[in-house]
Design a protein around this ligand. Structure first.
Ligand code: NI
Length: 159
């Protein structure tokens, strides 16, 4: 496994729309392993292919330690509710903004085993899925940010 270089905000790459993954092969498996290692090394909860220079519809999410989800060619099936919390991105280290997102999301994707799965996510997990999905569409969280996050926002969140 290897850690990968992360594409940073300001790079036009992050504005491109990712293409579907056509085949899950050995290279895909290596990419997934490397993405997980890179996400963990940077203490992130999610990482999309485009962020490591791979313009394919793939991302990894690990909100609960040890429980990694790999989303290949994901679809957002439904969203509901609302949450307001600080949000950051490994492509924009050290910065956080307040972003309103749905509280619940139902998403469908192919896993690294090639099998399709559906997940119902809530809270931070839902936020992470939607944040990473945005990356596949060339969107970044600052597009949705209504102000910068303050210390107080984080204290409120950890209560
Ligand atoms: Ni991000």
């Amino acid at each position: 496994m290897a850690t990968l270089k992360i594409v940073k905000f300001g790079d036009p790459m992050l504005r491109k729309i990712s293409k579907p993954v056509s085949e899950i092969n050995d290279r895909t498996q290596t990419l997934i392993d490397d993405m997980i290692e890179t996400m963990r090394e940077q203490d992130g909860v999610g990482l999309a292919g485009v962020q490591v220079g791979v313009l394919r519809r793939i991302f990894v999410v690990e909100v609960e330690e040890g429980k990694v989800y790999t989303f290949i060619n994901p679809e957002i099936l439904a969203t509901s509710g609302e949450q307001d919390d600080p949000e950051g991105c490994l492509s924009n280290p050290g910065e956080y903004g307040m972003v309103r997102r749905p509280m619940y999301v139902t998403a469908k994707a192919t896993g690294r085993d090639g099998k399709e799965f559906t997940v119902e996510a809530e809270g931070l997990f839902a936020r992470a899925i939607l944040h990473e999905y945005d990356h596949l569409e060339g969107r970044i969280y600052t597009d949705l940010q209504y102000r910068e996050a303050t210390e107080k926002d984080f204290r409120k969140k950890n209560k």
